[in-house]
Design a protein around this ligand. Structure first.
Ligand code: UDP
Ligand code: MG
Length: 313
């Protein structure tokens, strides 16, 4: 029987502090595997020593290559580029900071061998980030699952495996500029399963995802999965319509009983609440228009500067 071939895609952005350690750990795991493996490092426009270090690491390694972006395109773009350039029957995406333990690879790979097309890795507990990340992440999945038809696994991570045919769907059909990859792979169907793991602290270096960037990621993810926020205009319109009818009736009654309503306070409250909702709705609509604009431009998701050791496999 032919040996199964796996691709391991590793996103790297300014990870010089941890790269060598990560690479050694990965190598250690790979040596014990009974599969063929290729490692694809995707350098997402690093400005530290990661670039040179990667080139050195892959030069010494017959089954590794490094793709260098022309600038920083973001973690998702890095994973997509890795998937685009992978030759494996199964493709595993993982972080370079050892928060996605290479020791889990044998289990993931045996799930592929059992016939699974998608393996979503679910964080059981996270050693870093603290309670704020924990609460906001829970809230995020609650909201996105409420708003969209898709049901996403809470605590899903950017550590996952897809089979060749799912990768093919991602390469050809799912080329959205605004997307949420770990959500997308849970909506393609096929045989899919989850696997729990413990995420340790970052081995070295620091997180590239502060709360502000995470908040932005949350908004774009919700917008890419759901049109529900666009209905806010309709609902708030109805609400204010009802409110104004009530106010009219109230004013007429008070006028009849000869105690006309003093208008100023009511007017100010009503107007400012109305203006706030109106601007919010305009903002949300604008956000979606921006997404459509990005799609219309059709620019590439990433640009490659150079690839170290591109070879035909
Ligand atoms: N990363 C990337 N591009 C970016 C930011 C991060 O490729 O713009 C990589 C980073 O090098 C790491 C992974 O994505 O391998 C996850 O990032 P990080 O560990 O900073 O996120 P956290 O685990 O703190 O959410
Ligand atoms: Mg991390």
């Amino acid at each position: 029987m032919e040996r199964i071939h796996f691709s391991i895609v590793v996103s790297v952005y300014n990870e010089e502090a941890v790269l060598q350690h990560f690479h050694d750990e990965l190598e250690k795991t790979i040596r014990q595997l009974d599969y063929d493996v290729e490692i694809i490092y995707v350098d997402d426009g690093s400005s530290d020593g990661s670039r040179l270090l990667l080139d050195r690491l892959v030069a010494d390694n017959p089954y590794a290559k490094a793709i260098h972006f022309s600038r920083n395109f973001g973690h998702e773009a890095a994973m997509i580029a890795g998937i685009d350039h992978a030759n494996g029957d199964g493709i595993v995406c993982m972080d370079a900071d050892l928060q996605n333990p290479p020791a889990m690879l044998p289990q993931i790979m045996s799930l592929y061998a059992e016939g699974y097309d998608v393996v979503t890795m679910v964080r059981e507990d996270r050693a870093d980030g603290g309670w704020l990340k924990h609460i906001t992440s829970g809230l995020f999945y609650r909201i996105i699952n409420r708003m969209s038809d898709a049901q996403l696994q809470p605590n899903a991570s950017d550590f996952f495996m897809v089979s060749r045919r799912v990768a093919e769907v991602l390469r050809k059909d799912y080329r959205e500029r605004t997307r949420f990859l770990r959500g997308l792979i849970q909506t393609v169907g096929f045989r899919s399963t989850t696997l729990a793991y413990r995420a340790p602290r970052r081995a070295a270096g620091h997180s590239k995802y502060p709360m502000s960037k995470l908040a932005r990621l949350a908004f774009t993810s919700i917008a890419s999965f759901s049109k529900a926020p666009l209905k806010l205009g309709i609902y708030s319109g109805l609400l204010f319509g009802l409110l104004s009818v009530a106010l009219i009736v109230y004013s007429i009654v008070m006028w009849i009983v000869d105690r006309p309503v003093g208008g100023y306070t009511t007017l100010i409250i009503f107007l400012s609440a109305f203006a706030a909702v109106l601007l919010l709705v305009v903002g949300i609509t604008g956000y979606y228009v921006g997404i459509v604009l990005d799609e219309a431009k059709g620019r590439p998701i990433y640009l490659i500067d150079y690839t170290t050791k591109e070879k035909d496999q």
